[in-house]
Ligand binder design. Structure first.
Ligand code: DGJ
Length: 732
């Protein structure tokens, strides 16, 4: 008999003989489709036993008997008998580096978010408490886990050396790891490989833009090469805006995922009475392939993580690629008028509007001086909000409040407010002068809060803020933190940022705020509770956006992905792409534009007007519907295609793009998902290049069965390079 079975029988025996001290209970948390099971044994430990298709209590004995469970400690700790990777390692005030956690309490409750299992452990010798949480989010397929650590001693700091949020076992088999990597202009490129034996690490150490490099979201397939709509897949994502580290250990026939804040250069001293809370690790499993994981995260994102996840987003024009720093009253007014004429709903004035003593004409000056550059905007922000009102649209504004330039009034007044070393020259970033403010300093927190507060109290008409962040942490050092707390800077920065954002959201719950970090450098769930969306990438080339948006869609819903139509040739890649292709790509996310409308041709304007009107029609389906990725641009099948469907499957939208053009390529039939096989759908071309010559499919009716099993022939529609289609399907 396996040791695991013996342990289980022993537990039963002890329970039966009333030996309370060793009582053991297995808790099951369940969603609609899945369950997570943890066995907690009093005065001993807890074991993560199962995460997979839904089970019930009555299934457990058979699962234990047949060995269908993991018996993996929920918190492997360093120092006594754990020889492998640990999730928690500390140094006690007396130098002892071991932990011996005994289960002291366990409690399954539920609150308005869903079920919550809390396991309380106490060290056998030292006054240290660790609480471990397992949550299921109601009406979703997402589960999460995290821990908090409390130093109960009267004196002496406990040094936290390693403090992961999650330790998740998975079965080793034919596994693939899907992860997303990139950098400026090339965010979220998908990488899918066989999961190697040994250790794979997904991590970030940049300090601020933690979705550059690698995105914290990843998937592991459990039954071979991952597919979109079938196959078993695990998906996980650490909910933290700072440095993170996820280790995937594939040793000895098991997989163990350990994920949390990156502990490197982040030694944390836990004071007597202090509690350290780790961020949540969100996860799910699906037997509907990668698409199942994505749809679960999208729903949870809209319901539980994004600000205003249920509110439809305005179609906006951002001024950046249109005029860059050349902002002035007249040009802003003209852009607003032109955009309103196209049917736009919101105008966002980007960088270049501020700086009194040092006007912001380029990226070398003014960050920190959030007062209007009077020469450019003599009527102030009021002049702009009034212009927006006149044109019948809303107004938004760009800020980068966590930063300063050394050429700014702010820096002249408060040189001690920036991250720095006392005895080394200041390293300066963008424009040769950009530095990062020391958010651990409460005065700096007030400053950042006041930037937003002043703008919004003086101009309550501002409906939207674009919050940018164009640096990582340089000059690692804080004049505010004492010398023995310098190593806490990475963590304290993000906690402080959250405090400021809490203050902002308490006072301004309704304003729409975009999260931007040189493009998608902060495209993760760590900050999304305070933000409505993120700027997907500074790369607005529609062709590359198909890949970038595809990558992001694995964890983040379309409503959060700002997707803008920009000029052709594209400013980043010089690629020339027709306006229809550019719109068809941007319409698959949160549609916007980033262009000087006055430079557009009459045909482009006419097309934009029609496309914007069409987007308004399908906005609820794209922004609130279920997404299905149909043909991957990575598979080089000449096209890429994705679609959205509403909950009752009465309406769907299909997007398809011609990506390659070689003579021997056939455009594959595109088989739809998420529609009802028993319904009949009428097809409508949403964006015909010429309204008199819509797609040959326009007006046709096709059964759900055919759409799903036979597919749509898009060969003639996508016959040339840069052709694309956006079709609405309406159930009759
Ligand atoms: C970086 C952002 O990603 C751009 O969209 C733009 O806002 C610039 N910063 C402005 O400096």
């Amino acid at each position: 008999m396996k040791k695991t079975h013996l342990t289980f029988l022993l537990c039963l025996l002890l329970t039966a003989t009333g030996m309370k001290a060793q009582e053991s209970k297995t808790y099951i948390l369940s969603s609609g489709k899945n369950s997570l099971a943890v066995t907690a044994k009093d005065n001993e430990s807890a074991h993560f036993q199962y995460f997979g298709p839904k089970i019930q209590e009555k299934d457990l004995p058979g699962m234990f008997e047949t060995g269908a469970v993991y018996w993996s400690k929920t918190i492997p700790v360093f120092g006594i008998d754990n020889y492998g990777e640990n999730a928690l390692a500390v140094e006690m005030p007396d130098g002892n580096m071991s932990l011996d956690l005994k289960l002291a309490d366990r409690n399954l409750t539920s609150d308005d978010k869903g079920e919550l299992l809390v396991l309380t452990f106490k060290d056998a010798v030292y006054p240290l408490t660790v609480k471990q949480y397992f949550r299921h989010y109601k009406d979703t397929e997402i589960f999460s886990t995290w821990i908090d650590i409390t130093n109960n001693a009267k004196k002496g700091d406990v040094k936290l050396l390693n403090f992961a949020s999650a330790t998740i076992p998975l079965p080793r088999g034919d596994n693939y790891l899907t992860q997303f990597h990139g950098g400026w202009g090339s965010e979220s490129w998908m990488n899918e490989e066989v999961l190697p034996n040994g250790q794979s690490v997904i991590a970030d150490k940049a300090g601020l833009r933690n979705a550059f490099g690698s995105n914290p979201g990843f998937m592991i397939s459990l039954d071979g090469k991952p597919r979109e709509n079938s196959g078993e897949v695990f998906g996980g994502n650490l909910i933290w805006s700072g440095n993170y580290k996820t280790k995937i250990n594939a040793y000895n026939g098991d997989i163990k995922i350990i994920s949390g804040i990156n502990e490197e250069e982040s030694l944390y001293r836990l004071k007597p009475g202090e509690t350290f809370q780790t961020p949540e690790f969100a996860m799910t499993v699906s037997n509907e392939g990668k698409g199942g994981i994505s749809r679960a995260f999208h729903k949870w994102g809209r319901k539980h993580r994004l600000a205003h996840g249920d509110r439809s987003r305005d179609i906006l024009l951002n001024s950046w690629e249109g005029v860059y720093f050349k902002v002035n009253q007249e040009t802003m007014d003209q852009m607003m008028a032109d955009f309103a004429a196209l049917g736009g709903e919101l105008f966002v004035m980007d960088d270049g509007w501020f700086g009194d003593k040092y006007p912001r004409d380029n990226d070398k000056t003014s960050l920190g001086d959030w007062t209007v550059a009077k020469k450019k905007l003599p009527l102030g922000i009021k002049g702009l909000t009034e212009a927006a009102k006149k044109h019948g649209i809303k107004f938004g504004i760009w800020i980068e409040p966590e930063m300063a330039n050394t050429k700014s009034e702010l820096y002249e007044k408060h040189p001690d407010w920036v991250l720095q070393h006392t005895n080394r020259p200041l390293q300066q970033g963008r424009g040769g002068t950009q530095v990062v403010l020391d958010l651990t300093n409460p005065k700096v927190q007030d400053h950042v809060f006041n930037v937003v507060d002043n703008l919004l109290t003086e101009n309550p008409e501002i409906a939207y803020i674009k919050w940018d962040c164009n640096s990582d942490i340089m000059n690692y050092g804080s004049l505010n933190l004492p010398k023995d707390r310098q190593s806490e800077l990475y963590i304290r920065y993000h906690r402080s940022l959250q405090n400021v954002l809490d203050r902002i959201r308490d006072k301004y719950p309704d304003v729409t705020i975009q999260l931007c970090a040189s493009g998608g450098g902060r495209a993760d769930y760590g900050l999304l509770p305070w933000f409505d969306e993120f700027w997907t990438s500074d790369n607005t080339d529609a062709y590359q956006r198909v890949f970038i948006q595809w990558g992001n869609s694995h964890f983040y819903p379309a409503i959060a992905q700002a997707s803008h139509v920009s000029a052709s040739p594209n400013h980043q890649t010089r690629r020339e792409v027709p306006i229809k292709f550019r719109f068809d790509v941007a319409m698959s996310g949160r549609l916007g534009m980033e262009i000087q409308p006055k430079n557009m041709t009459a045909e482009e304007k006419e097309f934009s007007k029609r496309a914007i009107a069409s987007y308004k029609e399908i906005r609820p389906i794209v922004q609130q519907g279920e997404q299905y990725r149909l043909v991957s641009p990575y598979e080089k099948k000449s096209i890429a295609s994705l679609m959205y469907a509403n909950d009752d499957k009465t309406k769907a939208v299909l997007f398809a793009y011609r990506m390659d053009y070689l003579n021997n390529q056939n455009v594959p039939m595109v088989k739809l998902q998420g529609i009802d096989e028993n319904k009949v759908y009428k097809i409508k071309d949403l964006t015909p290049a010429d309204p008199k010559k819509p797609s040959p499919l326009d007006g046709m009716t096709v059964s759900g069965k055919v759409l799903k099993n036979v597919g749509l022939n898009l060969g003639s529609t996508l016959s040339r390079p840069w052709t694309s289609t956006a079709l609405e399907l309406i159930a009759e």
